[in-house]
Design a binder for this molecule. Structure first.
Ligand code: AMP
Length: 373
């Protein structure tokens, strides 16, 4: 079942109808695919572009059965689908990436052990399951970052800790298995997106340089301002991890580049990634189209970038005073993407801006500033 090519006209199911599911659907439609979405919310961003919408939890067997009935293949925008739900779907049709890959990557403890077993460096880390584990993890020293092993995103489920007291307080607050990570004094952060198709074909995108604010991605640009040798190393590591995972679909590998010029893996995401949004305008094939080609077993597209490009995220905070000034932002030449979310909460990703050209980063920043005018 895993190697069947899924041809245009078939229905691609997407687990999760947020912005990533919506942009996957938008890439699949011109190629002639139909889209089915499973999401707990009937007003999720992908609803307006899907052919079939099933509203239900990812563990709801009736909803999963209805969804499976509509689909020829299943992919996802959300890696935290319960194992039982994935097993249910895998018994009926191809699920790409597979349950095995998702189980490796959705728990930071399993994920880091997998990366290190491949001979690849991560930040120093130790698992924390009980308060009694503190003595053992103290060798990492402070400051350190405590992260919940599962379900963290955009800085949620993370706390920077400077002492045993802060570690103990954060662990009690999370009340879940965690990893404690040594703080990496990084010069910058980069990510690499790799696609691997069901035929085993592999393609890698250019290295993306990422800037976070408050644990949330703020801007991404290419070309990354990192020596070419380090960029090549990051791409090689990402390709090695994709091959060892035997993933079908996309994997995004996030890295720290240290002051001393080492690339260290932070984490992996088995799906399209926020840092790859600029590929829609900047590359011959976007990360979303590439994901569709990979899960359908079609030839992968060229990943070449047309030139420098940048992306800036638009968070819900921009809506707090008044409706953002869209006209002023578009006058800068930036391209606007809005995800159709009904409620603009603080820190919520509502859309993004992209620009191309030598001054792309300045343009997206100016466009975002213009939204507040
Ligand atoms: P994560 O959710 O693990 O990707 O973390 C979100 C962001 O927090 C990262 O992109 C970094 O900016 C920062 N961060 C996470 N872990 C570390 C670390 N061990 N050392 C330094 N900064 C970190």
């Amino acid at each position: 079942m895993q190697n069947k090519t899924i041809l245009p006209g078939a229905t691609i199911g997407i687990l999760g109808g947020g912005q990533l599911g919506r942009m996957l659907a938008l890439a699949a439609k011109p190629m002639g695919y139909r889209i089915a979405i499973l999401d707990p919310s009937p007003t999720c961003p992908a609803v307006s572009v899907a052919d079939v919408v099933v509203t239900g939890d990812f563990g709801d067997v009736a909803a999963l059965a209805e969804f499976a009935q509509a689909c020829d293949v299943v992919t996802l925008e959300f890696e935290n689908v319960p194992a039982a739900g994935l097993a249910f779907l895998e018994a009926l049709l191809p699920v790409r990436p597979s349950k095995r890959v998702l189980e490796t990557l959705r728990d930071r403890i399993v994920e880091k052990a997998f990366i290190n077993a491949a001979g690849i460096e991560t930040a120093p880390w130790a698992e924390v399951r009980f308060a009694g584990d503190f003595e053992r993890v103290l060798k990492l020293g402070f400051p350190a970052i405590l992260k919940t092993a599962t379900l963290g995103y955009d800085g949620h489920g993370q706390a920077r800790v400077n002492s045993l007291e802060e570690l103990s307080e954060a662990f009690a607050r999370f009340n879940a298995p965690c990893v404690l990570e040594g703080l990496v004094d990084f010069a910058c952060e980069v990510s690499v997106i790799v696609a691997r198709s069901s035929s085993g074909e592999v393609k890698v995108f250019d290295v993306l340089e990422n800037h976070h604010v408050g644990g949330i991605l703020d801007t991404t640009f290419i070309p990354a301002g990192v020596p070419l040798e380090l960029q090549r190393q990051a791409q090689e590591i990402a390709l090695k991890l994709a091959a060892r995972l035997e993933i079908i679909g996309l994997v995004c590998v996030e890295f720290f580049v240290t002051q001393g010029g080492r690339v260290i893996v932070n984490e992996l995401a088995p799906r399209p990634h926020n840092s790859g949004h600029l590929t829609i305008e900047a590359c011959v094939t976007s990360q979303f189209e590439q994901a569709i080609r990979a899960v359908c077993g079609l030839p992968l597209g060229e990943t070449t970038a047309h030139g420098p490009a940048a992306m800036a995220n638009l968070l819900g905070d921009l809506w707090q005073v008044s409706q953002p000034n869209w006209a002023a932002a578009l006058e800068t030449g930036a391209k606007l993407h809005l995800y159709g979310k009904l409620e603009a909460r603080s820190g919520r990703k509502m859309g993004h801006l992209t620009a191309l050209g030598e001054d792309a980063l300045e343009v997206v920043k100016a466009a975002r500033a213009a939204l507040k005018t």
